[in-house]
Design a protein around this ligand. Structure first.
Ligand code: ATP
Length: 459
């Protein structure tokens, strides 16, 4: 079996052709850096989100879920600092008028070896001049000075112009957790340490979107805020670093393609921060972040809302504002990493080739495909499908040779193919083919659901 080099182009092509992801507004020629998940992709991403929720909410007794509104009181974004100081260091090319982020230009030029986040604007400008970093679009070096660009999308609310109020599309989900700290604590009788988790859309008018799903202007975040005492906060931070790594390894990302990147430069309120980076086809890039945010967020909301964010310890009656440990991972970015990790081109022993997506069965779009060997077996095959589709996402295909149908399922990562043949009519047994080993076993159709159920769990 031979492997060839993975490129983003191969992933994008497979995604477009097999129904994972299409360009947004495709029939209008697309809409830059927006993507629509197709029938197979929506299952994949939903399964990724389910796996995260299972691990970090369902199996974490002190974690409570919320689903907060995207549009929030604009005061929230004043309290969070986004209105005043959220911003990326942008530079414009004076020659072709394209806009870039100075830090990403440096990181791309140094292939990830230089952490530009630790640099001041002056240091970044000096680095770009010294290393003669040219515009990736036109090849000329003629930059404006670095300026801050606020990537929040602004819209307005109200039916009359006079009533209209500036509102923001949230650039991060975590504010929905902070503003519900008191509500969740009270209604769930939660005791510190406890976490609030959420999965939802965020919007950023990114200066340099691109690399397919990696950086888009609209994306989903899966994240939680753990509220804790200061004395326990560094242990909890370390604990989330380990849990975050284990989660993505369990989903199928290989240890050699993952690394921690501790931040050199911290926000003034932060006590520690790190990313986990993945070795994408375009190089090492952030996959998720774990941040120790001190008491900054709750203190700011206390100041701006006038509501006390003090937690009263039920045992000691001590009053304090809890520290926050944040763990945040992009659902789309993780889905992209999983697509890259799953992709394999194999040359088989008979000289044939196949593309196979080795997804963890728990995230595979379809768990099983039912394939009648011949069309005149479709009645029995549909009966088998009818039982299985009550339990799992299940595909049914009777078009083309059995070999071609196996290949189609391999390309969308279906872990099991069930073939109904003439023996099935006599003894109710079917063939079950394993996607990765291509080995086949014979099973009674009545045992299929239980057999597959066991193998597609995420633990
Ligand atoms: P980056 O440095 O890549 O811009 P960030 O440090 O701004 O990311 P956070 O604000 O910490 O990212 O967001 C947490 C996670 O959300 C990121 O680790 C990433 O997985 C995801 N994410 C952030 N911005 C985007 C985006 N524009 N498109 C897709 N996913 C994103």
């Amino acid at each position: 079996m031979a492997e060839s080099k993975l490129t983003m182009e191969k992933i994008v092509n497979l995604c477009k052709n097999r129904g994972f992801v299409y360009p947004g507004s495709d029939i209008y020629g697309g809409f830059a850096n927006t993507w629509d998940f197709g029938p197979v992709g929506v299952e994949l991403k939903n399964n990724v989100k389910r796996s995260w929720w299972k691990r970090f909410v369902q199996e974490s007794p002190n974690t409570y879920g919320v689903d907060a509104a995207i549009l929030m009181n604009p005061r929230v974004w004043e309290a969070s600092g986004h209105v005043q100081s959220f911003g990326d260091p942008k530079m414009d090319c004076k020659n072709c008028k394209q806009r870039f982020r100075a830090d990403t230009l440096i990181e791309a030029h140094s292939k990830g070896a230089v952490a530009a986040e630790a640099m001041t604007n002056e240091q970044m400008e000096a680095y770009i001049a010294e290393h003669d970093i040219k515009c990736p679009h036109c090849g000329v070096r003629s930059w404006t000075p670095i300026r801050k660009f606020n990537p929040m999308f602004i819209t307005s609310r109200g039916t009359l112009e006079a009533e209209s109020d500036k509102v923001y599309l949230r650039p991060e989900t975590c504010q929905g957790e902070y503003v519900n700290f008191l509500n969740v604590q009270r209604t769930s009788r939660a005791k510190v340490p406890f976490a609030i988790a959420q999965i939802g859309k965020s919007f950023r008018n990114e200066i340099t979107p691109g690399n397919f799903l990696f950086r888009t202007v609209e994306f989903e975040q899966m994240e939680l805020q753990m509220f804790c005492r200061e004395e326990q906060s560094m242990d909890i931070y370390a604990d989330y670093k380990a849990k975050a790594l284990k989660y993505i390894e369990d989903l199928g990302l290989k240890a050699e393609n993952l690394r921690f990147h501790d931040h050199d430069k911290l926000a003034h309120y932060a006590k520690a921060a790190c990313d986990i980076q993945y070795n994408f086809p375009m190089g090492w890039q952030e996959l998720n972040g774990i941040h120790h945010r001190g008491v900054w967020d709750l203190s700011r909301h206390q100041e701006y809302s006038g509501k006390s964010m003090l937690y009263i310890d039920p045992f000691t009656n001590e009053k304090y504002i809890p520290n926050v440990i944040e763990y945040s991972i992009g659902a789309d970015r993780l889905t992209l990493a999983l697509l890259c990790a799953a992709y394999e081109e194999q040359t088989l022993e008979d000289g044939d080739t196949r593309v196979v997506m080795h997804f963890h069965p728990a995230i595979a779009p379809y768990k099983v495909a039912v394939l009648p060997l011949q069309k005149n077996l479709s009645e029995k095959a549909k009966e088998v499908y009818g039982v299985l589709c009550k339990k799992f996402m299940c595909d049914y295909d009777e078009a083309g040779s059995i070999g071609k149908r196996y290949r189609r399922q391999d390309e969308i990562g279906t872990p099991f193919c069930v073939t109904v043949d003439f023996d099935t009519l006599n003894d109710n047994t079917v063939t079950v083919r394993d996607r990765d080993s291509m080995e086949q076993i014979r099973l009674n159709a009545d045992e299929l659901a239980a057999y597959i159920e066991r193998l597609v769990e995420f633990n």
